[in-house]
Design a protein. Structure first.
Length: 483
């Protein structure tokens, strides 16, 4: 099957029977029509449709190496600088469609699978079957254009203990037994964003594992269908309240459900396993395969799109209420502009300094991407703050669409007009600002960006430890030793 259309995505979803617990309701399928998911599902369907739009398909697809049919560019193994550029252009097209608000679009994990399959020999260190498995799975997802999500971390029960020590090791997903055909997994994992409507769930390593016998049951990487027997999702409260696009312009379109994943003796066939019982391989899963570079390449394209949206939104807000002449407003806008240009510079540097890795994959430079992923989680927190400050009390006076079109329409036109907008236009703009900086959806976005790659404090520690500071320390030491 070539790159899917939105209708094909929805059709497969209609036949999927994922087990989802949400707000006291148990679902066994029907995600495409359920109020908690139907709008974001349609936003995802629009992305699939873009692959067939004559204006975009040349960027969003390329010929499959197996069939010649068009498949998503996010699966393209880059061999040249032009390939890397095309991948970034495809990332950006999708990110622009959602204003960067959809963080788990398929291109993120497609990029990981591309890199992992390209490093098949690395998986073969433990068993040649793992090498075949990762390549076969990558090809399956590419040819069927499947939407994947993933789960990484143990439940947040007692952070003072390793996952393998919590509740006697029973909480964290682990292998309880093996048979002739595969493994059986029990326990739970966090946090499968879009899990309830994804096609596939990747269960991948995250936390650093010690090389002890106790860690072996927690050392694995595998994939299962989202409706695998024994697999349950416990979804958070939806932030799409069924309101109009006017009232909740972002939440009504882009609320990606987050879910805890429970494995109730889920059987995973061996052909879907990529590594088993090897903590050392799990610890090198992203770095040794260079998956982290390609995943972060996609993230920088998305966060660039998101920052462009924030700049555009602030520009309209400032213009609407006539505050552009104030220096503190200009300083806030400068902060957003410099963040945007910093992201663009990181992305450009990563591509300019790209090189072939040991697996023959043209790989973006890690240093600028690593800087971006450490910086943006903190920088994004300023954007809602700036919007709140500039919108001020106007964000407290945001009537709904029913008011704009109802008996209050004349008052709104008279008293809520702006310097450049009618009352109705001003309310529409301020509803968007509100949904970007104040609403529950906005708060989830800020939290999501902050922890996207993990705890920023732990990331900072790893960043400092991995960064080669010796040339600079040596230069200062030489200066101190000058006579």
């Amino acid at each position: 099957m070539p790159a899917r259309t939105g209708a094909e995505f929805l059709d497969r979803l209609a036949r999927t029977r994922a087990h989802v617990e949400i707000q006291g309701e148990t679902l066994a399928g029907g995600m495409a029509s359920h109020p908690a998911f139907r709008n974001v599902v349609r936003s995802y369907a629009e992305l699939f449709d873009m692959q067939h739009d004559p204006a975009h398909r040349g960027v969003l697809t390329y010929p499959s190496p197996l069939t010649g049919d068009p498949v998503a560019t996010s699966f393209l193994i880059p061999r040249t600088a032009a390939d890397l550029t095309k991948r970034r252009q495809a990332f950006k097209l999708w990110a622009d469609r959602s204003l960067g608000m959809l963080g788990r679009t398929g291109d993120y994990l497609n990029s990981a699978l591309m890199a992992l399959a390209s490093a098949a020999d690395w998986f073969g260190q433990a068993d040649a079957a793992f090498s075949r498995n990762i390549v076969g799975y990558y090809q399956k997802v590419r040819e069927e254009d499947l939407l994947c999500t993933h789960t990484l971390i143990p439940p947040q029960a007692n952070r003072a203990l390793a996952g393998s020590q919590q509740a006697g090791g029973a909480l964290m997903a682990h292998v309880v037994r093996e048979d002739d055909n595969g493994i059986v997994v029990r326990g739970a994992r966090m946090l499968a964003t879009i899990g309830p409507f994804a096609d596939e769930l990747l269960v991948l390593p995250s936390t650093v594992l010690r090389g002890t016998p106790e860690d072996k049951p927690y050392s694995f990487a595998f994939a299962v269908p989202s409706d695998a027997r024994g697999l349950r999702y416990i979804a958070r409260e939806p932030l799409d309240y069924g309101r109009s696009h006017f009232d909740h312009p972002l939440g009504s379109r882009f609320d990606e459900s987050d879910a805890v994943v429970v494995f109730d003796d889920v059987h995973v066939p061996y052909e879907r396993c990529f590594t088993l019982g090897d903590p050392e391989l799990c610890n090198g899963f992203y770095t040794q395969t260079h998956a982290i570079e390609h995943m972060t390449h996609q993230v920088v394209a998305r966060t660039t799109a998101k920052t462009e949206f924030i700049l555009g939104l602030v520009s309209l807000l400032v213009e609407a209420i006539g505050i552009g002449q104030f220096q503190h407003v200009q300083a806030d806008m400068t902060e957003i502009i410099t963040t945007l240009e910093t992201l663009r510079a990181f992305g450009r540097a990563a591509e300019a300094d790209a090189s072939l890795n040991s697996y023959g994959v043209f790989t973006p430079a890690w240093a600028p991407l690593n800087a971006a992923r450490n910086l943006y989680p903190k920088l994004y927190q300023r954007f809602p703050e700036i919007l709140r400050k500039l919108g001020a009390s106007g964000l407290m006076a945001t009537p709904t669409e029913a008011d704009v079109t109802g008996p209050a329409a004349a008052d709104i036109d008279t008293y809520l007009q702006a310097a450049t907008l009618t009352g109705a236009e001003r309310v529409r703009l301020f509803r968007l600002v509100w949904d970007t900086c104040i609403s529950a959806f906005a708060s989830r976005q800020a939290l999501y960006e902050y922890y996207f790659f993990g705890d920023p404090v732990r990331m900072a520690g790893a960043y400092v430890a991995s960064y080669d500071k010796s040339p600079y320390a040596g230069r200062v030491r030489d200066f101190l030793n000058r006579s």
